[in-house]
Design a protein around this ligand. Structure first.
Ligand code: LLP
Length: 414
């Protein structure tokens, strides 16, 4: 569900025409619909409203400060994975007691920074990290609040690059070793055990992997209780899938109904870390046709957005719907590859798409690019990164300026 719709055959974000935005700010341009992501945030809150729940929006999905600020205004907390993300959320005035910090490679500097910032807790991913946090907290005269991220050895049934809860994955602490590690954590002077954490992967469309994981985690929590290790929070991560094409992901409600029987009985505070579910369908990437090129076996529509703007098709073979901004003079549809200007064969946005003939200058929208679009963008081929605009009804504002050529070299020393 989103608020990108055609009105009289031209594309709108809420009540704002996409054509006018492209004219004003140029292309490639990320356009976000505030109503879409705010509604998704409240959908997930509502699904868990009968439990004491903290939703921590996963900053990596889209870390634009204006979006983070809106999320904060709605009451959201934040799931972070780096000092940079911590800086961002503190910049927009996030409540540190609504920040949870995951990641397998937290450096000493990052740990110090998070301790100084008084975040809610670290989600610890290894014994070495636990020891480092204990040591650094001691040196700072602090006690670190922590959860251990448990790897439950469950297949999230998703793309193998975003499957994070199997025993061969680098994430989390093997469920078979975790109890022993909690026992040693309990003895550490500068560690305060707060919770149990899991995150099994991303773009998960059925509740089944969650049920497998949450079932194992629930048993694990019972084991902790038997050992007298008290926890206050159960963090079941993010990963809820969205519709890119023909998927039929479980709704937040269905997902919540499925997992609650496993987790409700403990009386714990629940943390959720959705990223894509909130922001994925709230963004489109608007791009302009540069040339049409008729090949011997394929026709190419060459556009001004490339894999540096949206790497998901190249990296994961992801499918994003591509639609014309304007259907007014729609000729008959014919197959084409929509490709960018970058010197790589992986630089495509869509293959074998049925689109009307598009003259140079025509606009296309690449849908469902709110999550892991701009946040994974790069300057490859020395391409300045795109501008970003947030739409709110018939109002809009620029939330990130397009980079300039000067920006590209600003940090370089010739
Ligand atoms: N929590 C943790 C610890 C995570 O590592 C992630 C995502 C999330 C929450 C949020 O997951 P979400 O609800 O957005 O699925 N670049 C990939 C996705 C990578 C996900 C990384 N971790 C993509 O474009 O599909």
């Amino acid at each position: 569900m989103d608020y990108f719709n055609y009105k009289r055959k031209v594309l709108f974000a809420e009540d704002t025409g996409i054509g006018a935005l492209a004219e004003k700010y140029g292309t490639p341009l990320y356009v976000y619909s505030k109503r879409t992501f705010v509604e998704h945030y409240h959908k997930i809150c509502a699904a868990f409203s009968d439990l004491d729940t903290l939703v921590c929006y996963s900053v990596k999905a889209n870390s634009n400060g204006a979006i983070l600020k809106e999320m904060r205004a709605q009451g959201s907390g934040f799931d972070i994975v780096s000092g940079g993300e911590l800086f961002r959320v503190l910049e927009i005035g996030a409540d540190p007691k609504k920040i949870v910090y995951a990641g397998v490679g937290k450096t000493s500097e990052e740990i110090k920074y998070a301790l100084k910032s008084n975040i809610l807790m670290f989600n610890i991913e290894s014994v070495e990290e636990l020891k480092a946090i204990n040591r650094i907290a001691g040196a700072a005269g602090k006690k670190a609040d922590v959860a251990l991220r448990i790897n439950p050895d469950v297949d999230a049934l998703t793309h193998h690059y975003v499957n994070t809860g199997k025993k061969e994955s680098k994430f989390g602490i093997d469920i078979n070793f975790a109890l022993g590690i909690y026992k040693s954590a309990k003895k550490m002077k500068n560690i305060n055990i707060k919770g149990v954490d899991m995150h099994i992967g991303s773009q998960i469309t059925t509740p089944i992997p969650y049920l497998n994981a949450v079932g194992k985690i629930a048993q694990f929590v019972s084991g902790l209780n038997r050992e007298g290790i008290k926890i206050e929070y159960l963090n079941i991560g993010g990963g809820l899938g969205i519709i890119y094409n023909e998927e039929k992901p479980a709704t937040a409600e269905v997902f919540a109904k499925a997992v609650k029987p496993y987790i409700a009985g403990f009386g714990l505070k629940i943390i959720l870390e959705p990223g894509r579910f909130i922001i994925g369908n709230a963004g489109i990437l608007v791009t302009k046709v540069i040339y049409n090129k008729k090949g011997r076996s394929k026709n190419f529509v060459i556009v001004d957005a490339g894999m540096n703007d949206l790497i998901r098709p190249a990296l994961y073979g992801s499918f994003h719907k591509i639609i014309p901004e304007n259907f007014k003079s729609a000729a008959k549809l014919s197959p084409c590859d929509v490709v960018g200007p970058i010197c790589e064969s992986a630089d495509f946005l869509g293959k074998d798409r049925m689109l009307p003939e598009l003259a140079s200058g025509a606009l296309l929208a690449v849908r469902s690019t709110g999550a892991y679009g701009m946040s994974m963008a790069s300057n490859y081929n020395s391409r300045p990164r795109a501008a970003e605009v947030m739409v709110d009804g018939s109002k809009h504002r620029l939330i990130r300026e397009r980079e300039t050529y000067e920006d590209l070299v600003a940090k370089e020393k010739f």
